[in-house]
Design a protein. Sequence first.
Length: 240
Amino acid sequence: MHATTRVTGRRWLVAIAATIGITPALVAQSPAPAAQSAAAASAAADTTHVPVILYEEDIVAWVNEPDEHLRLARAALADHDASRAAGELAAAAAFVRVQAATAQGVDKADLTEAGHDLDRTVAGIREGKIRTPRELDRALQRTDRALARHHFARAQAAWDHKEAAKAGRELRGAARYTERLADDAGHGVERGTATVVHDTRRLSSRLIHGAGWTSGEVGKGFDALKRAIDRLGAHVAPQS
């Protein structure tokens, strides 16, 4: 398994594995081949749990995973495959819970509720109450708002700690869910939001690659994205 957000610290990696219901045989940084072989042998002898080795350098794109499952769920509904759609949403819910486990305050409450919303959406699909991609989009508004806020908060924290590349990666995630949130309303992404998303992605790339930005530009980029998230999020109603 290759779990996917760059994180630091063995405790956090163990928490990821435990939260999604697997027992890690080893969580470490680039062990020697002999150590890897020993870990594999130990894992093979364990018939009680499904072991997984999580190496820190493999945890690069974890933040992408909920979006991928949400996209696949929508495609499954378009193909009239409710069972596959429900399975993809259940997987997305697992990733959201992992993110909730590391969040704090309002961010944690948003993500926790988003996980519950995903559970209710899974039930709605299985019961035949949600049948089309459009119905799914409306049901996912709270989830997309929570994930946009979550990645924005992580980007702000990284920037405050002068971690430019990490801030860029989180801004990219925030832009992705802001665009999804705009799409959820069913009117397409209006020009103002599209511009903010485009500019945020350009800024995130410059931050990740370490060139071509100023502190003033970064501050303006953060402000514009926050306004877009707040504006779109204000129209999100509770899931019934």
